[in-house]
Design a protein around this ligand. Structure first.
Ligand code: COA
Length: 475
């Protein structure tokens, strides 16, 4: 793999400076030493120096926009060689979406496509098809999130791919699974709505609400990455690939499962932990929106903190967890609530939550969110400051762990990205900048696909890897 500058390593004590070059092939894991359940002998290299989790795995990344690229970036963080196939002259549409630097790849693209190589191929050109076929033979996993039917129209049906490479895992993101909506194109918020998240988010009096966290796109990408890793593991036993599909509706529903839990609980009576219950508002046939109520059994709410009048994020999430009720009473100056039968037990408090949180808020409004955090955590009261994206971007501890990483880009300069949220003691993440369009075309043709110079000239001269003339003008 070509070396790239501007690599930022995930911080990990004892991490090696340079990963070893030797790659342990997945198939080797089957070789039994007779003593260890088919696994190779435990490496005696220092932790962090025995390669990365997915080293040796090659991903043919046919994904675009957000859902697929989230998945392949995560696989790249774990050490897979991700080869992103892009349309000549155009590339992933997000390269030009929401641009903040004129003429340069957007943050939308750069923050979702780190740790990848880019090759441009016109998948509908015969010579492009030739390169794709070679990639299918060389790779372990194909990831795509085209509209339904697109891959088939390119001639890349499961049967075709499987014939070329029976070991290939073909992973797809679609909006919906088989059923009435299977042919629909889907974006983030459509999935949030269809997966049950929007109907259960927001305030009872207001309309359904979508959340800022991209649970439809990035959430589904995460699910697919998990499916791929499981399929790779199964392939060690079976020797063959399989289809991996995650519909965005299914991914969102998986994340909203507590609301399907509540839907079924409604049959047994009102949802007593919802503040609606305490307010005496009857429940209907479906799970209502619950504002900032906690999704678990411990009541919680978002409360104002000092400075809230001018700072839209001067708030704290406060949980009145039963075991710490007494310290809460002491902190807020209501020691009598510890023994008052109207307040002393969780069931007694349920109909009074609105008033209780209003009283706690009188106290939180005298403190900053960070002061509330410090005071409450000393006595084990769970609270969470509402952090703005500015605060997160500037938070030193997130930089220190490699969760927020600054990388350098030859076109746009330095930018922040989110590193690997999962930290592993023996697979150290190096966050690399996103590739320029077609940056690695030559090295992939030569080093990965082993085309000769003559073949490379033939393919290039055919126009299969470059933008048609009129598209060049438009760009
Ligand atoms: N060479 C030649 N053609 C290429 C190409 C390449 N390298 N890469 C893509 N194309 C073509 C496709 O073949 C397709 O052409 P066709 O419709 O004539 O067959 C065309 O580009 C558009 O691809 P498509 O995926 O259909 O993009 P779209 O802009 O129409 O739809 C989505 C975008 C996201 C709505 C759609 O891809 C989708 O629903 N994906 C599944 C759900 C999903 O992932 N949604 C979230 C995205 S974050």
């Amino acid at each position: 793999m070509a070396k790239r500058k501007n690599v930022s390593k995930q911080k990990n004590k004892g991490a090696a400076k340079k990963p070893p070059r030797k790659v342990v092939k997945l198939a080797n894991a089957r070789r039994s030493n007779g003593k260890s359940n088919g696994l190779p002998r435990p490496s005696n290299k220092p932790y962090g120096q025995a390669g990365k989790a997915l080293e040796g795995v090659k991903i043919l990344d046919f994904s675009h926009v957000q859902a697929g690229p989230t998945c392949t970036q995560l696989l790249g963080y774990m050490g897979a060689d991700v080869i992103k196939v892009e349309r000549p002259g155009v590339g992933d549409i997000t390269r030009i979406q929401l641009r903040d630097v004129k003429g340069q790849d957007s943050l939308y693209f750069t923050m979702l496509n780190g740790n990848k190589r880019s090759i441009t191929i016109d998948s509908k050109h015969p010579q492009g098809k030739r390169v794709l076929d070679a990639l299918i033979k060389a790779c372990d996993v194909l990831v795509e999130n085209f509209a339904p039917g697109t891959l088939d129209r390119m001639g890349l049906t499961w049967e075709y791919i499987h014939k070329l490479n029976p070991r290939m895992i073909v992973a797809s993101v679609k909006g919906f699974g088989p059923g009435p909506y299977e042919d629909c194109k889907v974006y983030e918020n459509v999935a949030q709505c269809a997966g049950g998240a929007a109907s259960t988010t927001g305030f009872r009096e207001g309309p359904p609400l979508v959340t800022g966290a991209q649970i439809g796109d990035s959430g589904t990408g995460l699910h697919v990455a998990w499916g791929i890793v499981c399929a790779l593991y199964q392939r060690i036993r079976t020797g063959r690939g399989q289809k991996v599909l995650c519909a965005m509706q299914d991914g969102v529903l998986n994340l909203a499962r507590v609301k399907l839990r509540d839907q079924q609980r409604l049959k047994a009576g009102p949802l007593t932990e919802y503040s609606q219950y305490g307010e005496g508002v009857p429940f209907g046939p479906t799970v209502p929106r619950a504002g900032n109520d906690s999704g678990g059994g411990q009541p919680g709410w978002i409360l104002k903190c000092k400075g809230w009048e001018n700072d839209p994020d001067s708030y704290v999430y406060f949980i009145t967890q039963a075991p710490v009720w007494e310290p809460i009473c002491d902190l807020i100056g209501k020691p009598e609530w510890k023994t008052d039968p109207d307040y002393a037990t969780p069931p007694a408090r349920l109909p009074r939550l609105k008033q209780i949180f209003a009283t706690i808020e009188e106290w939180t409004m005298t403190k900053t969110k960070f002061e509330v955090m410090e005071i409450c955590n000393k006595v084990d009261i769970p609270v969470g400051p509402i952090l703005s994206m500015k605060e997160i971007a500037e938070e030193p501890s997130l930089r220190a762990t490699g969760t927020v990483v600054e990388v350098d880009h030859p076109g746009r300069g330095k930018y922040l990205t989110v590193g690997n949220p999962v930290k592993m003691s023996d697979s150290i993440t190096e966050v690399k900048r996103s590739p320029l369009l077609g940056e690695h075309t030559d090295e992939i043709l030569k080093d990965v696909l082993k085309f000769s110079s003559k073949e490379i000239s033939e393919i290039k001269n055919s126009g299969a890897l470059s933008a048609p003339k009129k598209e060049e003008k438009a760009a």
